[in-house]
Design a protein around this ligand. Sequence first.
Ligand SMILES: *Cc1c(COP(=O)(O)O)cnc(C)c1O
Length: 399
Amino acid sequence: MNDPAPPEDWRLRADIDLAALRGNVRALRRRLAPGAALMAVVKADAYGHGLLPCARAAREAGAAWIGTATPEEALALRAAGDTGRVLCWLWVPGGPWRRAVEAGVDISVSGRWALTEAVAAARAAGRPARIHLKVDTGLGRNGCPPADWPDLVAAARAAEASGAVRVTGLWSHFACADEPGHPSIAAQQRAFADALAVAARAGLDPEVRHFANSPATLTLPEAHYDLVRTGVAVYGLSPSPEVGTPEDFGLRPVMTLRARLAAVKRVPGGHGVSYGHRYVTPGETTLALVPAGYADGVPRHASGGGPVLVAGKLRMIAGRVAMDQFVVDLGGDSACVGDEAVLFGPGDRGEPTAEDWARAAGTIGYEIVTRIGPRVTRHYLGETPPAAEAAGPKGGQAR
Ligand SMILES: *Cc1c(COP(=O)(O)O)cnc(C)c1O
């Protein structure tokens, strides 16, 4: 066998290109309808890319708002010194309502129970809660049903008059914006216009009305209102192949996932590979072992079909993905232990993309990047020079 590649101190890493992220935010902002601002959605550890560095880079590129699902994510931003506008929308009774009010985080309210929590938190904190009332225009997930909307709006207006809350936002979320032309899109837009009219008649005058996620930002300028909530596009992925490719919109994938081969060996024909022997070598060949498995977010559903760049060629996983590793058949080619395997990246250096993995695993690019696990060290590239920052992670440092 060939000699090992020179030693390096990493096994499996995700390079996070913050310059690409900033470029994506700028490209998205250029597409916005006049007067609309951008919220960068950083829920779920910034879709697996790392909450704090990504939020900071998005701010640098002009994100006026940051969006999180949970209040804990929003409070983590505050603890790291982010003082800008932050909205979080996934609440349960007994959540950290008071801490969110004290931290000046905007809070989503979808029903009377949540308004009651927000009012109580505001009283305890001694300052008004900033709330965004959410209407369910058809997604069927969170949001106030239209039938209950006039009641919620009236109660919120009364709470505003009492000084307990300020209704800073009115909003909703699309179900099928990633399927351009889907009839639910127009129906949801009509329902949102109706809900805004009800709120205006009740005397609400919010700072921002917002509706658009990434696909609506890319395809429906009439849905931009005052603010768009872009998540996946900030990370350089297209919401769906139907909407377009990242290049179509001037977006560049931010994450590159790489591993170093942990074994390379010759085996005879007829050799079973990985659990269940779902792959058997067709002849004498060279197998390479990639130290990344489903614990790291490599989907087991991509067994036998996931693409990976090894020894200069695109190859497919041989047999099953295991918890920590999978095998690639190099055929007649050779490689050295320690050589690099690229699972996905922007796609312009011969490597697969997260979208290729999504297709191989029967899922969406969102899930591929978001599930990259905690054993994968993130390396941040293109961070703003430390001269501009007193403290914080430095370029190229692992998290
Ligand atoms: C996740 C999420 C977004 C961002 O969606 P993308 O398709 O990633 O842009 C926007 N709004 C809400 C309510 C979300 O949950």
